[in-house]
Design a protein around this ligand. Structure first.
Ligand SMILES: Nc1nc2c(c(=O)[nH]1)N[C@H]1C(S)=C(S)[C@@H](COP(=O)(O)O)O[C@H]1N2
Ligand SMILES: [Mo]
Length: 199
């Protein structure tokens, strides 16, 4: 039997794993705008659309049958808490890209979540080995509070890019600020250079 492969998010290998202005917590906080979405897996769909030659809509059972990866990563929230050593399990961004590739002109991904919530990121930040659509955290299914049935995890950016209650992704030629990005948060959100707020 081959040993279980876990993808290491590169930031977990830094000598100092805590970015400037952050402090460590032991419990995982719950943070979001509005109320907790309670999505029924039977009607949930994952839609890949926008600047692609075709469009895909994936039901929950199909999504759960996709190849899964495990990622070990740290969480850095812009409100200054960091939670180290998270083990995520879910579908790699590469797998989603292969199911429905972007057109060459597409440079951004708009992530859609329940209640018309969105977040935006450069395609380059999305297509990294440690980016996944997670269904489990530390071996337990995601709770509704943390984004069930599926949440995005983008370990190298502040945690607001990690959309909970994901309903799909849209490839775009032009950037389009999402919910927090249009409310004063930085457009990209690199924790190591403290890209916290837009000025
Ligand atoms: N759909 C959705 N996803 C979201 C948010 C939100 O308001 N709606 N908030 C973001 C922010 S600001 C943070 S810090 C994290 C918090 O995730 P957690 O509650 O699992 O810790 O979710 C992110 N994903
Ligand atoms: Mo946040």
């Amino acid at each position: 039997m081959s040993p279980e492969q876990v993808i290491e998010s590169p930031d977990t290998k830094r000598v100092n794993r805590v970015p400037p202005g952050q402090r460590l917590v032991k419990e995982w906080p719950v943070l979001h705008a509005g109320s907790v979405a309670r999505l029924d897996p039977r009607s949930w769909r994952f839609r890949i659309f926008g600047r692609s030659a075709r469009e895909r809509e994936i039901a929950y059972d199909e999504f759960m049958a996709l190849p899964m990866v495990k990622v070990h990563s740290d969480i850095h929230c812009v409100t200054t808490w960091s939670l180290l050593d998270n083990l995520w399990e879910g579908v790699s961004a590469f797998t989603v890209r292969d199911l429905c590739p972007p057109l060459p002109s597409a440079k951004y991904v708009i992530v859609h979540a329940a209640g018309n919530w969105t977040t935006n990121l450069p395609l380059e930040d999305f297509l990294q080995s440690d980016v996944l659509f997670a269904v489990r955290h530390n071996a337990l299914p995601l709770s509704a509070e943390h984004g069930a049935p599926v949440r995005l995890v983008v370990p190298r950016l502040y945690f607001w890019k990690s959309a909970k209650w994901v309903t799909g992704i849209e490839y775009a030629d032009e950037d389009r600020p999402g919910f927090w990005e249009s409310r004063g948060y930085h457009n990209r959100g690199d924790p190591w250079t403290e890209e916290r707020y837009s000025d």
